[in-house]
Design a protein around this ligand. Structure first.
Ligand SMILES: *[C@@H]1O[C@H](CO)[C@@H](O)[C@H](O)[C@H]1NC(C)=O
Ligand SMILES: *[C@@H]1O[C@H](CO)[C@@H](O)[C@H](O)[C@H]1NC(C)=O
Ligand SMILES: *[C@@H]1O[C@H](CO)[C@@H](O)[C@H](O)[C@H]1NC(C)=O
Ligand SMILES: *[C@@H]1O[C@H](CO)[C@@H](O)[C@H](O)[C@H]1NC(C)=O
Ligand SMILES: *[C@@H]1O[C@H](CO)[C@@H](O)[C@H](O)[C@H]1NC(C)=O
Ligand SMILES: *[C@@H]1O[C@H](CO)[C@@H](O)[C@H](O)[C@H]1NC(C)=O
Ligand SMILES: *[C@@H]1O[C@H](CO)[C@@H](O)[C@H](O)[C@H]1NC(C)=O
Ligand SMILES: *[C@@H]1O[C@H](CO)[C@@H](O)[C@H](O)[C@H]1NC(C)=O
Ligand SMILES: *[C@@H]1O[C@H](CO)[C@@H](O)[C@H](O)[C@H]1NC(C)=O
Ligand SMILES: *[C@@H]1O[C@H](CO)[C@@H](O)[C@H](O)[C@H]1NC(C)=O
Ligand SMILES: [Cu+2]
Length: 570
């Protein structure tokens, strides 16, 4: 498939309803779509699975709109699983009911049920994406969300000749729901995937995968905007194109000061927009991605996914093998550090100062000891334990009978508490040799309350409990400035002076350095309940999450409206 050539045709065909300008408070257009969630036969790696898809498509429909436009997506669940859809990175200003994480902002859409997500894109341009936010359904339920500048405005860089979304994914030669259920039962780490994918195709380095390989056709001399999205479940990925430089111009739907690199690293959840110029001899070049694996002694999928960048003028029926890019070693943290430190906002920005809430959250794994009378088959983690994970030693537990946002809005007690600790309950050498007695977190549904408009700083500190790792930490409902990062334990005495309060990047997901820390800042200007979690799905399953409850401010414009009438009930 020539994605660049067919791109607009395909996306037109996807649209069940073409956007029409109806009465609305915003000046943008309203785009209406229907998403039918259902099982669809998908053949990969020589075998067919009945995968859960949207409208029978894998990857799902690409949504294209402009900054200021609104979306109304009617989701109909014809699958046998509960499902919800999350619009990753969309700020959802006062529309928290449309955010999507199950049991956080809504009860799941049950088999046979439906729900319409309604929201407006405000002040965001670039690449976001959407995905299921229920169990591991996002393995196959995901797609791109492309936000172009408001009508009459242009990109802050020369207009590319063409654009293409590049969705990196992860494929199991199994039902991913069975994989996570097995891990939940045994307490062990789940099976690693069997392939990575580019636009849902593993590429020709895998068995039975030559035919479907994604081809990106380019014309010599032209410039392309690749909108790279890491939709993999559990793996940060390196990305490169053989012999071609990549100029980064945006990430997580915020523009960046352009910089040139030969390799990207994206944690799951992150997006990176790059310009690529077809300035090489006409030929075929591999676009490739493989693991950045920061955790030591942990199993991971070490395969490589490829697509092909094919020059239109390259000889027809090209039997020539494409040229392979060199990708960094799996554990090349130096390359990751150099890359993430290159990000800047395009100009001076207003970073919050006079911080009201100075928070310090540890993030990392843990181990739960098994009671003596426990069935051993359920304790197959290290040394007969069960894997766990936590923030500030609280392993997050979702409610089962109501969403947190409903409980908050309706004042229903007994669903959550607001005593999430603002700093670690026990101070220790977070990145050192941690005593085994600190490994087991407590479980709880603890939220942290923020007053409307408060200025928040969070130091996110990795721990070496069980093993340190680069965690992609994602905050719902907000973008935040990443004002510093480093290795070892955060030290306010010496690290505060390194804060970039001039032009730090604005993102929704931060890759917290392995055995290190990152500092983020945001203003709590969006009332609701907002999940903050590691975007490695296996870590969410183990409890690496918390949620902020942001109170209403004064008046309607600072308050969350009541829930829509079709909000699913539990
Ligand atoms: C996980 O991997 C093991 C070993 O290869 C296999 O026996 C098991 O069936 C796999 N589990 C699932 C759910 O695919
Ligand atoms: C790919 O196919 C070859 C030859 O049929 C086989 O030996 C190999 O095990 C297969 N690899 C995988 C990953 O299935
Ligand atoms: C991937 O890991 C397997 C063992 O798990 C090893 O045999 C193989 O050589 C590795 N491949 C690469 C490319 O590192
Ligand atoms: C990375 O892996 C290589 C080979 O497995 C090993 O020799 C090297 O010490 C590792 N480097 C780091 C920083 O862990
Ligand atoms: C433990 O669990 C396994 C698998 O679920 C089951 O087959 C076995 O009977 C259980 N053992 C006991 C003592 O309950
Ligand atoms: C498991 O036990 C072995 C031997 O006692 C020990 O060396 C290892 O550190 C333990 N692992 C964990 C994760 O506690
Ligand atoms: C929901 O479940 C919690 C604990 O399981 C219970 O305390 C609470 O009363 C329940 N709430 C409703 C509305 O059923
Ligand atoms: C870590 O500390 C334990 C005691 O708390 C000690 O037995 C062990 O040798 C230490 N390991 C390292 C690598 O320093
Ligand atoms: C977490 O809390 C449990 C229970 O109080 C305690 O045993 C453990 O040491 C704590 N760990 C840390 C890192 O605070
Ligand atoms: C599906 O969601 C309902 C709440 O709406 C919940 O009670 C049920 O346990 C969920 N089913 C599964 C399989 O998680
Ligand atoms: Cu994580």
């Amino acid at each position: 498939m020539e994605i660049l050539n067919n791109f607009s045709t395909i996306s037109l065909a996807l649209f069940l309803f073409i956007s029409s300008a109806l009465f609305s408070l915003t000046s943008g257009e309203i785009h209406r779509h229907q998403f039918v969630i259902r099982a669809t036969p998908v053949k990969r790696l020589c075998k067919t699975h009945n995968s859960i898809t949207v409208n029978g498509m894998f990857p799902g429909p690409t949504l294209e709109l402009r900054n200021g436009d609104s979306l109304q997506v009617h989701v109909v669940n014809k699958a046998r699983y509960n499902v919800t859809i999350h619009w990753h990175g969309v700020r959802q200003m006062r529309s928290g009911w449309a955010d999507g994480p199950e049991f956080v902002t809504q009860c799941p859409i049950r088999p046979g049920g439906s729900y319409t997500y309604r929201f407006t894109i405000q002040g965001q341009e670039g690449t976001l994406w959407w995905h299921a936010h229920s169990s591991w359904l996002r393995a196959t339920v995901y797609g791109a969300l492309l936000i172009r500048p408001t009508l009459g405005q242009s990109y802050p860089f020369p207009k590319p000749n063409r654009e293409a979304p590049i969705l990196l994914g992860e494929w199991w030669d199994a039902n991913p729901i069975d994989v996570v259920r097995e891990a939940t039962r045994t307490g062990a780490a789940p099976n690693v995937s069997d392939a990575y994918t580019i636009n849902a195709q593993p590429g020709d380095l895998y068995n039975c995968s030559t035919k479907g390989t994604t081809i990106v056709t380019v014309h010599s001399g032209q410039t392309y905007l690749l909108r790279v999205i890491n939709a993999a479940l559990n793996q940060p990925l390196f990305f490169a194109v053989a012999n071609h430089k990549l100029t980064v111009v945006g990430a997580d739907a915020s523009y960046t000061k352009p910089f040139t690199t030969s390799v990207l690293m994206l944690g799951p959840g992150q997006t990176t927009d790059v310009l690529i110029k077809a300035d090489q001899p006409p030929a075929r070049y591999y676009i490739a991605a493989r693991a950045y694996q920061s955790a030591q002694n942990a199993a991971f999928d070490n395969t490589t996914t490829t697509a092909i960048l094919e020059y239109k003028s390259a000889k027809k029926g090209n039997a020539l093998k494409p040229i392979m890019p060199s990708l960094p070693a799996y554990n090349d943290t130096n390359t990751v550090t150099a890359f993430t430190r290159s990000f800047r906002s395009p100009r001076k920005v207003e970073v919050p100062t006079d911080i009201d809430e100075s928070l310090f959250f540890t993030v990392g794994l843990g181990l739960n000891n098994c009671p003596l009378n426990f069935n051993k088959s359920r304790c197959q983690g290290p040394n007969g334990t069960r894997f766990s994970a936590s923030m500030n030693n609280v392993s997050f537990v979702l409610p089962r009978n109501l969403s947190l946002l409903q409980a908050h809005q309706q004042g229903i007690p007994g669903v959550f508490t607001t005593d999430f600790p603002g700093s670690p309950p026990v101070k220790f050498d977070y990145t050192g040799n941690v005593s085994r007695s600190l490994y087991q977190p407590i479980r709880g549904t603890k939220l942290y309350k923020l007053k409307f408009g408060s200025k928040v700083q969070v130091v996110i500190q990795d721990t070496s409990i069980v093993g340190s790792e680069n965690h992609p930490i994602h905050l719902h409902g907000y973008d935040f400035y990443i004002i510093a990062e480093g290795f070892g334990n955060f030290d306010p005495e010496k690290d505060t002076s390194k804060f970039n309060l001039v032009d730090p990047p604005l993102r929704n997901t931060v890759s917290v350095p392995v055995n290190g820390w990152a500092v983020i800042r945001f203003v709590a200007d969006n009332p609701g309940v907002w999940l903050m979690h590691c975007h490695l799905d296996v870590h969410i399953n183990w409890g690496l999450a918390m949620a902020f409850v942001v109170e209403n401010g004064v008046g309607e414009l600072q308050s969350l409206p009541p829930p829509p009438p079709d909000l699913p009930v539990c």
